[in-house]
Write a protein that binds this ligand. Structure first.
Ligand SMILES: [Zn+2]
Length: 320
């Protein structure tokens, strides 16, 4: 029970500090982790060491000095350019640092410095890189999915030992965490194997199955089920938009091609256009056979964290 007293003491200590001062600290803390999230997004898909290799410019490979590596400020002072080679630093770095700072601040406003705050921040540090990496590279690194599941279990065990008060859906005990993992495996594992069996191809990557266990480990069974349902809904809505957009793009190409025919241009020129069209549509097909589902899972998980109680009340309340 000693650990519990220390934790309660810490919570009391933080609740006595001026909230504006503490909120500013939390924002800085979030921006620093945003910087770390940028490192994860860049390095994990390339399998570069995250911890021991110091920061470097991906264009000129020069090591980045600490005063050029201060979140948000350095980007503004360096005017978005590398100090050595003047190559632009992608604006996404600044956006992710700001977004992380404001998100952490939001968690603090909602829950104060509590166990909930701590767990939300950790899930944020795992899920934001999953969203971006899956969008960019169509993979979910094991460090995030398997690592995240293990972390979720550890948090659950700590919860059992210390007995924190629950304020949000994300602070669960060890058994909830295990059930969540089982639910994730059951739903996503069966989609994976069924589509292999029926369609002879992966309807979903193994990375998605692993990440489903991460969501289960953090959210527990019921909120995880709602997160998965939402991810399918988000996926189909956005999927329809993407398909319509692609059709429109191809339609424009075909129209342009038929216009050229009217002007009776040289055959070589025409065949090169036809070839580029066929080649591109093949590329499109290749790309579309690997759907990045991770981003929808991340969106589903966050909606469930904040709104699953609402959603359950709304539907169950409607039935009764
Ligand atoms: Zn550089």
């Amino acid at each position: 029970m000693e650990i519990r007293e220390i934790v309660l003491g810490l919570q009391k200590f933080f609740s006595d500090i001026n909230p504006f001062f503490l909120g500013s600290l939390v924002f800085i803390f979030g921006a620093v982790f945003g910087s770390f999230i940028n490192v994860l997004i860049y390095r994990l898909p390339l399998e570069i060491d995250i911890i021991y290799k110091p920061s470097f410019c991906p264009k000129c490979n020069n090591p980045i000095k600490w005063h050029h590596n201060i979140p948000i400020f350095s980007y503004i002072f360096l005017k978005g350019k590398c100090y050595y080679c003047s190559n632009p630093i992608p604006i996404s770095y600044l956006i992710i640092e700001l977004f992380s700072g404001f998100s952490f601040l939001g968690f603090y406003i909602l829950f104060g410095i509590t166990w909930d705050f701590f767990v939300l921040c950790l899930f944020f540090i795992i899920s934001l890189p999953v969203l971006v990496i899956d969008l960019k590279h169509h993979i979910i690194p094991d460090e995030l999915s398997v690592g995240g599941t293990i972390l979720g279990i550890i948090l659950g065990i700590l919860h059992n030992f210390i007995g924190f008060q629950n304020n949000s859906n994300i602070t669960i005990n060890f058994f909830d965490s295990l059930f969540g993992i089982l639910v994730g495996l059951l739903i996503f594992g069966s989609i994976y194997f069924l589509s292999l069996w029926i369609f002879r191809k992966e309807g979903m990557g193994m990375g998605d199955v692993k990440f489903a266990t991460t969501i289960g480990a953090f959210l527990g069974s019921y909120p995880a089920i709602i997160a998965f349902l939402l991810s399918f809904i988000y996926g189909s809505i956005i999927g329809i938009f993407i398909t319509v957009f692609k059709r429109l793009k191809n339609y424009k190409k075909i129209k342009a091609f038929s216009l050229l025919k009217d002007y009776s241009l040289s055959i070589d020129y025409l065949t090169s256009i036809v070839k580029s069209y066929v080649y591109e549509s093949e590329l499109d097909q290749l790309k579309s056979s690997y759907i990045a589902f991770g981003p929808y899972m991340v969106l589903g998980a966050w909606t469930s964290i904040f709104f699953s109680n609402f959603i359950v009340d709304f539907f169950v309340g409607g039935i009764i």
